[in-house]
Design a protein around this ligand. Sequence first.
Ligand code: UT7
Length: 331
Amino acid sequence: MTKISAAITAVGKFVPEFVLTNAMLETMVDTNDEWITSRTGIKERRILKGKNKGTSYMAIKAAEDLLSKKQIDPKQIDLVIVATATPDMQAASTSAFVATKIGATEAFSFDLIAACSSFLFAMTTAASYIESGRYKKVLLIGADKCSSMIDYTDRATCIIFGDGAGAVLFEPNTEGFGMQDQYLRSDGNGREFLKVEAGGSLLPASLETITNKQHYVNQDGKTVFKFAVSNMADVCEKILERNNLTKEDIQWLAPHQANKRIIDATSSRLNLDPAKVMINIHKYGNTTSATLPLLLNDYESQLKKGDKIIFTAFGGGFTWGANYLTWAYNY
Ligand code: UT7
């Protein structure tokens, strides 16, 4: 029997129109373009404005972009996964709303939440459904409205995050292209260092939690930075080693876009040619679950059938890992 692998066959994206520049942030908090650019590599980020627009708004737009590019009937989709750290609501599944709105009426759906590693982890989940042979089209969307959990008076966090969404379609491939391997990790000892403390079951929202600003992202940036660099480099090395790959064999590294210095440190530990490293953090900042699919959209025209891509991410929890995938189509 021919082995089925799970290949990405289409991509789509959406970023909000509103651009929050470093110059604008200078008027909001005590910061400056030079500090933000040199410490993070970010020049601007997109922010979703307007009432009654949550993460689903961007997820739907990204999915619609993919559907129109690929020219497929949404009724053919078997499963919709929304990878996110900012679901529309705590209890109602964001993915169910997205699936219905895009017309994926024959699909089932679920959200997958693993902080900044949500999309990375969800790639392996989506691929497993395809590899089982029982599902033919799995739509995976990474979307986050990070601005909904950011304190725009806190200069340590408001300069980093942005909003956006990216979508990919996984389909069966019999030529061997697609997902090849994954090495995913988590360590709950890290949860103190990067968190939104209130609003969940542990500390439900109250007047007190709002007053204390516990519904905003809070992180010990230096500690997260250290763990991100060493852990992302470790898992990438592990993936290379167990697939008998050298850095020369790899065409692309697609790293989570949290900080340009983290990306540079990770790729230089792997001794990788900087031209092989996908980067768009200067345009969008850290969009959490959307960074990896936004990279694929921005680099789609440069990707060639057979290209070997290593994806890596690190996020709250802690959660991190690496996926190895071969690209399945020419643009
Ligand atoms: O998505 C996954 C999770 N997140 C991450 O991976 C983020 C990881 N961490 C980072 O990216 C970096 O730690 C930050 C960008 C958050 C901060 O950069 P840093 O180089 O670690 O700066 P720092 O926090 O050590 O602060 C250095 C100085 C401090 O001043 P003093 O104490 O030296 O006088 C800060 O108060 O820079 C100051 N500072 C700022 N100055 C101007 C902090 N934020 C700002 C700012 N503008 N926005």
